[in-house]
Design a binder for this molecule. Sequence first.
Ligand SMILES: *[C@@H]1O[C@H](CO)[C@@H](O)[C@H](O)[C@H]1NC(C)=O
Ligand SMILES: *[C@@H]1O[C@H](CO)[C@@H](O)[C@H](O)[C@H]1NC(C)=O
Ligand SMILES: *[C@@H]1O[C@H](CO)[C@@H](O)[C@H](O)[C@H]1NC(C)=O
Ligand SMILES: *[C@@H]1O[C@H](CO)[C@@H](O)[C@H](O)[C@H]1NC(C)=O
Ligand SMILES: *[C@@H]1O[C@H](CO)[C@@H](O)[C@H](O)[C@H]1NC(C)=O
Ligand SMILES: *[C@@H]1O[C@H](CO)[C@@H](O)[C@H](O)[C@H]1NC(C)=O
Length: 452
Amino acid sequence: MALLSTSNFFFFFSLIFFFPPYSSYFAVSLPTALLIPITKGLSTLQYTTIIKQRTPLKPTKLVLDLGASFNWVNCQKNYQSSTYKPIFCNSSLCASLKSLACSNCYEPPRPGCANDSCALFPENSVTRDSTIGDALIDAIALPTTDGYNPGRLVLISDFVFSCSRTFLLKGLAKGVAGVAALGRSNFSLPAQISTTFSSQYLFALCLSGSSSSTGVAFLGTAGPYVFLPQQVDLSKSLIYTSLILNPVSDTVITYYGQPSDEYFIGVTAVKVNGKAVQLNETLLAIDDETGFGGTKMSTVVPYTTMESSIYEVFTEAFISEAAALNLTVIKPVKPFNVCFPVDEVGSTRVGPAVPTVDLVMEQKENVFWRIFGANSMVKLGEEGEEMWCLAFVDSGRNPRTSILIGAHQMEDNLLQFDVGSKRLGFSSSLLLKQTTCSNFNFTSSSSSSNNR
Ligand SMILES: *[C@@H]1O[C@H](CO)[C@@H](O)[C@H](O)[C@H]1NC(C)=O
Ligand SMILES: *[C@@H]1O[C@H](CO)[C@@H](O)[C@H](O)[C@H]1NC(C)=O
Ligand SMILES: *[C@@H]1O[C@H](CO)[C@@H](O)[C@H](O)[C@H]1NC(C)=O
Ligand SMILES: *[C@@H]1O[C@H](CO)[C@@H](O)[C@H](O)[C@H]1NC(C)=O
Ligand SMILES: *[C@@H]1O[C@H](CO)[C@@H](O)[C@H](O)[C@H]1NC(C)=O
Ligand SMILES: *[C@@H]1O[C@H](CO)[C@@H](O)[C@H](O)[C@H]1NC(C)=O
């Protein structure tokens, strides 16, 4: 549960009266495509980005959280800015934030310490700790892109986020000051970019499989998304499926009727080497009363997890198909259960030669996300005793979400979250297209940023 004891705060819960329609409080300028670099942490397996914020601008490292509703940063330590503004509880902005609390502070005013201040509940998605924090407005700056290279920086002067305190960073990667939120809310990073620049509410995520090279996310643009070496535009080769709304939020602090800001998709079957696995289909649907079931995507879960009964039949099918390739299972390394000796496994352009895994969407036989060895397997073990392990984990008998697609399965795949049109575009493995997510050309070119 949330940690709500606070020494510095006096806060009270207040009923929020919502007065629609609230007017736009952002300056409107030209539609702009932006980008952020994304790096994978070797030991934490967390993905981080660096965003310039405050005045003067300071590069700030944030953990990327696909399902989070709003950005948050630690304001308790080293938050200095000449442009920050608190948000008052009685403001329409506070109402549209659906704030559940209003806080006062008995210390000298500073970012995160104001009276009558609109409060939010930032959450650490790794530890599931939460705290109360003031909502704040300050400047952030991101590079534009023409889809080929980064261009000039643009400023969003009215960016809304939450403050938090140092303890909430526990469990997150070293050097991180908070979280960058990509969830389907009205105040995630892509949502605010869309509001500020009147661009589509849409972003594309491309996680690099390697911690030594950088992936990318494109914000506010449906393309092009161009990758070296052959300048392939990946926006042209996407398959689409619906993004499904889970009507029940799973945040630590939530209000009745709050929908989830996480991304769910309609997986209706799982196939191994093209053969359907016999699983309990009830588990693949979302229960609208409880929010349990279904399939969601997460960048803070390293490997896909499956409810026990699904995991069992899935791994049985995988072992049986692998046996046909003469692969013999050996003693696994936790948390995995199915591993093969490296020297038995051949290699292909799309990773180790193992059975394919297909996630079939919305009962459409021709709409499936095919997962090849590079995304289904992970190499583990000592030198000389190396093994490939099936990178899927058993999440027990009654998990909230039946299939939780983790980051390893998304790596070197381009995923377009078209929130406005409620659909997900997916590319399957970029290795098939002779590129990877780390092949975006980060060399900025001033001439290319506007004239292509
Ligand atoms: C909101 O509260 C602030 C500070 O308490 C006050 O100055 C302002 O007049 C109030 N605005 C409205 C619309 O009530
Ligand atoms: C909040 O109000 C109290 C009581 O009026 C005052 O003592 C305190 O300094 C104020 N806090 C801030 C941050 O302005
Ligand atoms: C988000 O904004 C839209 C458009 O302003 C509004 O219709 C919708 O109710 C908002 N959603 C939430 C959860 O506040
Ligand atoms: C399928 O899963 C649902 C939800 O957990 C459960 O109620 C039902 O008994 C399961 N059906 C079978 C055949 O196991
Ligand atoms: C598996 O091994 C058998 C017997 O050694 C051999 O006949 C068969 O061709 C092998 N299959 C594959 C896919 O390598
Ligand atoms: C990357 O972009 C820069 C700037 O446009 C360009 O000069 C360079 O040739 C590009 N690199 C490759 C490998 O194409």
